[in-house]
Design a protein around this ligand. Structure first.
Ligand code: CMC
Length: 427
């Protein structure tokens, strides 16, 4: 029973509300009973509203802290690997050796997609955006796994989770191969998760790819850093879709759609488009001026964050990896990367960005890193979706495993009051 109470005085009435305590972060006033007193709360953009209880990920945006199941993202990025992080997010604890081996083995043996899935790709135009293909193909997986769609069965949920995590790199790489007209490369079981992705992206039947350790590590880090981020727009979408009882493939497909926008996962692609638009170091000041102009809709892509009002801890790690990759590939002198580094420097020193706490976010550096690895910019958000799938699945599973209600927001209605219909001749 919550011991702390908040009191709301409204139009002469006093309403007592429970205060729910957290292990970390601000306490939460429970307003769910308020409608019985005739009120809704209004919080457009969810600035102050917790939509669920969760034990998975914690962010302190003021201090720049990100924890997965209590572990700091910096430690996981430097000492762990993506599949271990997947296990942690899904199960709540780090695996022992046996659990880890068994989990990796299961994921590795679910990486192939049904042969009929190829036909879906052939239905798309070659110039289709890979996110458009991914939304469709992931949603369509629900047509292939009727055997495990009972969301109330924990075993079905676990198999669906494995299938999604295992097949995402295959589906993502197939999006790329289709767009460049190359044959799909089947997954290879001797590779790690990240190596396998690089192999399916860049290997061909004529020339096998030996994935470079630095690039594989960079990809693995990108996956770790994007694996979960508590209740962001796409995760909230997955939970909302899941609250209707929809199957996990449909829910993750909804999440992919929400991730696509440039204010969310589409930002890494938008960073590269922006760098191309800026064109050269000489033009930076013009674009910085535009970003500051309140009458101009232009924003510096890859800067700012809804939650982090301090340096995004993921960006710190990604910055290191980005420089490592540019160095290893010997491309830091290429104009686009020079431009990116100069933009970072100028924005970090500019009063406007400092005052508004607009630091480079993870997508600024991941976009540049992926571009250096040779991945086309329209694949960036696909890679974000691939990595975030584990977070979406963990959050969805957490919701379904506990008592939950259909998500159904209220509104502040400001439209016309009731009026009489008038036929066309009288209008
Ligand atoms: N460039 C220039 N000005 C900016 C930027 C930017 N990138 N971001 C915010 N501002 C200004 C904004 O104009 C506003 O100014 P004012 O107070 O004078 O009206 C102020 O900073 C606060 O911005 P906001 O839009 O109210 O803040 P928000 O929390 O709603 O927006 C954001 C967060 C991420 C949508 C925004 O910073 C943005 O559009 N950034 C660029 C896109 C981007 O990089 N998105 C990726 C986010 S990280 C990936 C993820 O986790 O999904």
């Amino acid at each position: 029973m919550p011991s702390k109470k908040a009191t709301l005085q409204v139009e002469g009435k006093t309403i007592d509300l429970d205060i729910l305590t957290c292990t970390l972060g601000p306490d939460v006033i429970d307003v769910s009973s308020l409608f019985k007193d005739g009120y809704f709360t209004y919080d457009s953009g969810f600035n102050s509203t917790a939509a669920c209880e969760s034990k998975i990920t914690f962010i302190d945006g003021e201090k720049g802290v990100l924890l997965y199941r209590g572990y700091p993202i910096q430690q996981l990025a430097s000492d762990s690997n993506f599949l271990e992080v997947c296990y942690l997010l899904l199960n709540g604890e780090l695996p022992n050796k046996q659990e880890y081996d068994s989990f990796c083995n299961h994921v590795t043996h679910h990486t192939m997609v049904h042969e009929q899935i190829r036909n879906f790709y052939n239905g798309f135009r070659r110039d289709a955006h890979p996110m458009a293909i991914m939304v469709g193909v992931v949603g369509a997986l629900s047509a292939f796994y009727h055997d495990t769609l009972d969301i109330n069965n924990p075993e079905h949920r676990a198999i669906s989770a494995l299938r999604l995590i295992a097949k995402m790199p295959t589906i993502a790489a197939m999006c790329y191969k289709y767009s460049v007209g190359q044959p799909f490369m089947p997954p290879r079981n001797e590779f790690s998760y990240a190596e396998n992705f690089l192999h399916m992206m860049f290997g061909t039947p004529c020339e096998e790819l030996t994935p470079s350790p630095i690039l594989s590590r960079a990809i693995d880090r990108i996956f770790i850093l994007h694996a979960d981020h508590e209740q962001n727009a796409s995760t909230a979408t997955v939970r909302l879709a899941g609250s209707t009882g929809a199957n996990p493939f449909a829910c993750i497909s909804a999440g992919i759609g929400a991730l696509w926008g440039p204010a969310h996962g589409g930002a890494n692609e938008a960073v590269l488009n922006m760098l191309h638009e800026i064109g050269s170091v000489e033009n930076i000041s013009k674009y910085i001026k535009r970003a500051k102009d309140p009458d101009d809709t232009f924003r510096l892509m890859g800067f700012g964050h809804r939650v982090y009002k301090n340096y995004d801890p993921r960006a710190k790690v990604m910055r290191e990896t980005c420089h490592e990759v540019l160095e290893a590939l010997g491309v830091h002198d290429e104009p686009i990367f020079k431009l990116a580094m100069e933009l970072e420097k100028i924005a970090l020193q500019d009063e406007y960005f400092i005052e508004k706490k607009l630091y480079p976010n993870v997508d600024f550096y991941s976009g540049i890193t992926l571009r250096a690895i040779g991945i086309p910019s329209n694949m960036f958000t696909v890679i974000f979706a691939l990595a975030r799938t584990v977070g979406w699945v963990a959050q969805w599973n957490e919701m379904i495993s506990n008592p939950y209600r259909l998500g159904r927001p209220r509104q502040l209605y400001t439209g016309p009051t009731e009026r009489e219909y008038v036929g066309i001749p009288e209008r």
